[in-house]
Design a binder for this molecule. Structure first.
Ligand SMILES: [Zn+2]
Length: 200
């Protein structure tokens, strides 16, 4: 779905609220929903936050990401703003990410990204609408990226019910994955090239 209003595809709307659920222990392996159905887990068996889906209704809540639309954009590599194909050159797919350049040498190589990629018109429009973006964000070409895990709420065993302990990024091959209720899909970015804004 493309929204002419300029509201990003992955943005949550006020009518989209978490659906009531009870998180229970899953013997030996983590957490489950008391009334779990097939659609509550992804292809990797990870439990996902339940959220109503009513894009375009109510007001957009900028900064809040809808779990299922984010997951779709990330899994299929769609522009997070218009849900069309992202921009792609020989150097790779275009991403706008928050600037944490000083976090580690070679940043953003191997970064765990929750932002989906972007297409060129959306990237240009974002910078035009929000000039501050140039200061806080970086445009990156990503040569390859693989879906590597999720960002969500990590639980631990509790009595009588599991207890939510922290927001965390957990890789699919981490045993803690069974204890996470996922909110966003994570891709690991590789072969990254940081671009000048003039190149965008
Ligand atoms: Zn776009």
């Amino acid at each position: 779905m493309t929204l002419d209003s300029g509201v990003p595809y992955v943005t949550t709307w006020t009518t989209e609220q978490p659906l009531p659920t009870e998180v229970i222990a899953r013997p030996g392996s983590g957490i489950a929903y008391a009334d779990e159905t097939l659609g509550d887990r992804d292809g990797n068996g990870v439990l996902w936050q339940r959220m109503a889906s009513r894009p375009g209704r109510g007001r957009p809540e900028f900064g809040k990401v809808h779990p299922l639309r984010q997951r779709r954009a990330m899994r299929r590599l769609l522009c997070g703003i218009c849900a069309g194909p992202p921009d792609r050159t020989e150097q790779g797919v275009l991403w706008l990410v928050r600037d944490f350049r000083n976090d580690w040498p070679g940043w953003p190589e191997r970064m765990a990204a929750t932002e989906p990629p972007v297409c060129l018109p959306c990237a240009r429009r974002s910078v035009r609408v929000c000039p501050a973006l140039r200061l806080g964000a970086v445009a990156v070409r990503v040569g390859r990226s693989a879906v590597a895990g999720v960002y969500g709420v990590r639980y631990q065993a509790g009595n009588p019910l599991p207890i939510a302990v922290a927001d965390a990024v957990v890789a699919f091959d981490d045993p803690a994955i069974g204890w996470v209720c996922a909110a966003q899909l994570v891709r690991e970015l590789r072969d990254c090239t940081v671009l000048d804004w003039e190149a965008v």
